[in-house]
Design a protein around this ligand. Structure first.
Ligand code: UDP
Ligand code: MG
Length: 323
């Protein structure tokens, strides 16, 4: 089959029945303006509402729409990954379904790509309509991450970005399980630039990232790009050993000059509990890494598609290697 697609837009959707139609409408009007062939690749991440049915209707009505249907919820980062596996375009754009990433930014990204940049990420200059808590935790996370890691992950960017075919192919070679896609895009390198945008409010529905998912996402980001938390044990161990030596010296000197022996149980108990707490935290950190090693060794596929048979006919150019 002759390749007839210049741009692929990857749209992960999880319980987005309230927005998909509007997203399709906005994306279509933007992409039509480019005057070049494009495809809108919806990845249904195991939605439990009517999202899949609505996308199927779009597929039937619009030739530019393609659909990957997961057998269950595998997570946002995996959904983007599947999109990259099946994308056919020369340039690939990843965008959230909820229109927080305005599709109108895409032409600017395309312009940069035509100048020769291979990664064009969108940097949010403002975020509208998100809670104070979300903004603070996000900002803290990006700063912690950049302090802990050597990979240069741009601050305050999401997964909204354009990548060149070369970058996409490089990404497809990376099959690690607990994926932090934006970090991996930085890791693969290539010529990179940014465009700024104002992050809108969600068009409808509510966030699909509850605190638990956010926390897991943050841990994936840190553990996939840094060993530093593992070194915590060494540094804390040294610091605590030193402190306890000082304490012992003070205790001995006090007893040397006092008439009676000074025995204080409260600080003893507190110290004991503190040390136990520290030990458990460090064990927990070890566990985070070991759990991820365990995930890798099982070597399960990253995702399972419900509609694989429908896809085989379309996916000629970039057939996915079994992972
Ligand atoms: N999403 C997904 N799987 C999930 C959670 C979210 O595919 O398990 C999609 C969701 O449909 C949306 C994007 O990821 O297109 C970003 O999610 P959301 O807007 O809820 O996150 P937030 O903007 O609140 O961080
Ligand atoms: Mg959102």
């Amino acid at each position: 089959m002759k390749k007839d697609v210049r741009y692929t837009i990857i749209i992960p959707v999880f319980n987005e029945e309230a927005v998909v139609e509007e997203t399709h409408r906005r994306l279509t009007s933007v992409m039509k303006m480019t005057g070049e062939p494009y495809e809108l690749l919806f990845v249904n991440d195991g939605s439990r509402d009517r999202t899949a049915e609505i996308v199927q209707v779009l597929v039937a009505a619009d030739q530019s729409v393609r659909f990957l249907d997961f057998s269950r919820n595998f997570g946002h980062q995996i959904a983007i990954t599947a999109g990259m596996d099946y994308a056919r375009g020369d340039a690939i754009v990843i965008i959230d379904a909820d229109l927080q990433d305005p599709p109108e930014v895409i032409p600017q990204m395309i312009a940069k790509w035509k100048e020769g940049y291979e990664v064009v990420y969108a940097k949010r200059s403002h975020r509208k309509g998100e809670t104070w808590f979300k903004k603070r935790t996000a900002s803290l996370f990006y700063r912690t991450l950049s302090a802990l890691t050597e990979v240069d992950i741009p601050l305050d960017t999401g997964d909204f970005r354009l990548i060149d075919r070369n970058v996409c192919d490089a990404m497809r070679g990376i099959r690690e399980k607990n994926r932090f896609v934006r970090g991996l895009v930085s890791w693969v390198g290539f010529r990179t630039t940014a465009v700024e945008y104002v992050r809108d409010e969600r068009f409808a529905g509510e966030t699909k990232y509850p605190l638990k998912k956010m926390l897991r996402f943050a841990l994936d980001g840190i553990t996939s790009f840094s060993y530093k938390p593992l070194k915590l044990a060494t540094y804390l161990g040294l610091a605590i050993s030193f402190a306890s030596l000082v304490y012992l010296a003070v205790f001995l000197i006090q007893n040397l000059f006092a008439a009676t022996t000074v025995v204080a149980w409260a600080p003893f108990m507190a110290g004991l509990l503190l040390l136990n707490g520290v030990t458990l935290i460090i064990l927990g950190i070890l566990g985070e890494y070991i759990g991820r090693i365990y995930d890798e060794t099982k070597n399960r596929p990253l995702y399972i598609l419900r509609n694989r048979d429908q896809l085989e006919n379309v996916n000629y150019d970039h057939e996915v290697k079994p992972s």
